[in-house]
Ligand binder design. Sequence first.
Ligand code: SAM
Ligand code: SF4
Ligand code: F3S
Length: 457
Amino acid sequence: MNEQELKNSNRESINPDGKRLRYQIQTFGCQMNERDSETLAGMLREMGYEPTGVLEEADVILLNTCCVRETAENKVWGRIGELKALKSRKPELILGVCGCMTQQSDVAEKIRRRAPHVDIIFGTHNTHRLPELIHRVKEERKTIVDVWETEGDIVENLPSKRVEGVKAYVTIMYGCNNFCTYCIVPYVRGKERSRLAADIVREVQELTAQGYKEVMLLGQNVNSYGKDLDPKTDFADLLAKVDRVDGLTRIRYMTSHPRDFSDKLIDMIASSEKICEHFHLPVQSGGNDVLKKMNRGYTKEDYLTLVGKIRAKIPRAGITTDLIIGFPGETDEDFAETLDLIEKVKFDAAFTFVYNKRSGTPAAEMPDQVPDEVKKYRIQKLIAVQNTISREKNLLELGQIYEVLTEGVNKADPNRLEARTRTNKLVLFEGEKSLIGQTVQVRVTDTGTWHLDGELV
Ligand code: SAM
Ligand code: SF4
Ligand code: F3S
């Protein structure tokens, strides 16, 4: 069967209950996985499947997994277990597990042994083979394990079923070459591979034509973009090209590595109207010994210099970060340096994590693992200090007028719309639904730790 026949193999297929075949994808982890799930959904749509929100109705269920921390993996194991009963009630159901977690060879094998009700196990490097895997499982009626050890070439022009709304994800590069010593991502996502700028720009143009207002350019370290291309290019040059796409309102990107954030990039962002003044710059720690053992490639002082440069050119920049406490060998002094760093930078917000051993990474083998009770104390202290900073920073916004892009209706309070400032602050305000997708001016009337309240001006 050729590729087109595979894609069309279910086109006219219907369920025993007379309905079209349906799928449900459950996604764990980061935006890269969210975007991959849109591609998986696109392939299923081309095969004739329709999405369903009702699990019991699904003919194909895919779990697109994450393994960045143990908690993420535990959630997936829990979900696999929950699906066992459904599979025994509905043996024709095809259950697939894919993504970062299965890319670890021992995990794929463990799923096969422990959860024989799973039909397909595949990894991050062969998501494009989903139609073939579904076809094979229907033919062979046995568990198919197909995890590629190494990354292949980037496959362009795969179909997508995007999340509808105002903003769209665009992956600009895959993989990571940084090998931070705590992190599993380079092992499960492969080495850095950049998409051609022309393909990225074309995708952004198509998205704009479909009505999306904002794009989020995705990569584990977007600052490395283009280093592997011939001729070499860089992220600032890519941004300049995306910036010229007519009809696009906003550009964001995720994630930048502080080591590679060039002056050229800061200038580019400062001079652009579309690139938002939000810098998510994961610092991880303020302790120089810890940063060195993490293989981050910068010191606390380098980081503070970078923040100074950004604020000198873009005074109202929003700056957020990721922090890990309890990395092996982290002393009280290192932790005090982290607290000092967050007081000095005054981040708008921070994602805080307790270090978690990931087998196969160098840090898992390091001596002086930090005891759980010390980790518990440090994470609570860190969160308390950062929350105070976030609240104080938000208080400074009272009375300010901001340009916000309205993204939708707030789930918790359906009477209000939610929008984001260019600096990525969430603003809630009362307004007509017709404002969704539009850029409006709001005045900040009240503030909390995580959001601002506003009114239209
Ligand atoms: N590539 C991005 C970067 O360089 O920051 C993000 C990588 S990861 C998906 C997101 C965050 O998870 C990291 O910034 C780090 O703070 C955290 N993280 C990664 N591995 C971890 C581990 N073993 N334990 C705790 N947190 C971890
Ligand atoms: Fe992990 Fe470091 Fe790569 Fe980010 S840059 S994905 S933290 S190895
Ligand atoms: Fe998780 Fe993979 Fe993202 S490990 S954080 S889903 S790249």
